[in-house]
Design a protein around this ligand. Structure first.
Ligand code: ADE
Length: 267
């Protein structure tokens, strides 16, 4: 049975709108009935295909990802790829054609798994985590947070057979220019960046709006008590109570920080 894609309504509503505009909209409509109903009726579902499901147990059982699932806003389900192995030994990989070190994840288990899972629900994206994918950034996370059903595939060894990438995968994502031993940690990072953006997940929903990168700017410095720690003082402006001035100061700090640390982000 095909489960109604959880994304449809949200996609329909937000199709034409840039993610950041939506975030602003959510900010102004905070607590409004339509957003609340939308989120609760159509939680996001993320399925993850992996040879190491144990590796993905802990990341989603704590803190914000746990809260997102407890509130019914996010559902993360891992599927052990060996369930679709080609033989009783649980084989899912083989030597690569043309020779060379390292195994390649075979077509058959992956194709069968993807087809079986796709018969249950229509995926908005089938994402392969790979170092040669598009590099993850806040824009991609914003845009994926508007989807309803995502399937993530974690690679291992030399990666997955190219034909799976060509015929099933719709998006390839890297979490940075370095090589991990498998895609699981990358999938955990991706789920986290997406999950925290879902309306209702963060206690103070506006806080995601002011994260680093939301405006192509790094976040400003933050301080908490005590006001004076070993003679290191909190900037006077933050103690002034003048919120307009504080906002201006924070923006200046963000711009300055971005210029110094990430000039590549400046638009
Ligand atoms: N698998 C191995 N390395 C990776 C990376 N940097 N990003 C995504 N998936 C990966």
């Amino acid at each position: 049975m095909i489960t109604q894609p959880t994304s449809r309504c949200r996609q329909f509503l937000f199709q034409q709108i840039e993610p950041f505009t939506i975030a602003i909209g959510i900010y102004f409509l905070q607590g409004s009935i339509p957003i609340a109903i939308g989120t609760y009726l159509w939680p996001m579902r993320i399925d993850i295909l992996t040879v190491l499901p144990e590796l993905l147990e802990s990341p989603f059982q704590h803190s914000i990802m746990k809260r997102a699932q407890d509130k019914g806003l996010l559902e993360v389900v891992t599927h052990p790829l060996r369930k679709w192995a080609v033989n009783d030994y649980g084989q899912i990989d083989d030597y690569q054609y043309g020779g060379g070190a390292g195994m390649v994840m075979m077509c058959e288990p992956l194709a069968k798994a993807i087809e079986e899972l796709s018969a249950e629900r229509k995926y908005d994206e089938i994402i392969y985590l790979t170092p040669d994918g598009e590099q993850l950034n806040q824009r991609i996370a914003n845009s994926l947070s508007l989807k309803g059903n995502l399937l993530m595939i974690c690679g291992h060894y030399k990666g997955i057979d190219e034909r799976i990438r060509q015929h099933f995968v719709t998006k390839e994502i890297s979490i940075g220019d370095y090589v991990l031993s498998g895609g699981e940690l990358a999938a955990a990072v991706l789920v986290d960046t997406i999950g925290r953006l879902l309306p209702g997940v963060l206690n103070d929903e506006t806080s995601a709006l002011f994260d680093s990168f939301q405006d192509n700017l790094l976040a400003p410095p933050v301080y908490t008590r005590p006001e004076d720690f070993r003679g290191w003082k909190v900037p006077d402006i933050l103690m002034s109570g003048d919120h307009k001035k504080i906002d201006e100061w924070r923006l200046e700090q963000s711009i300055e920080r971005t210029k110094q640390r990430r000039p590549d982000l400046e638009s």
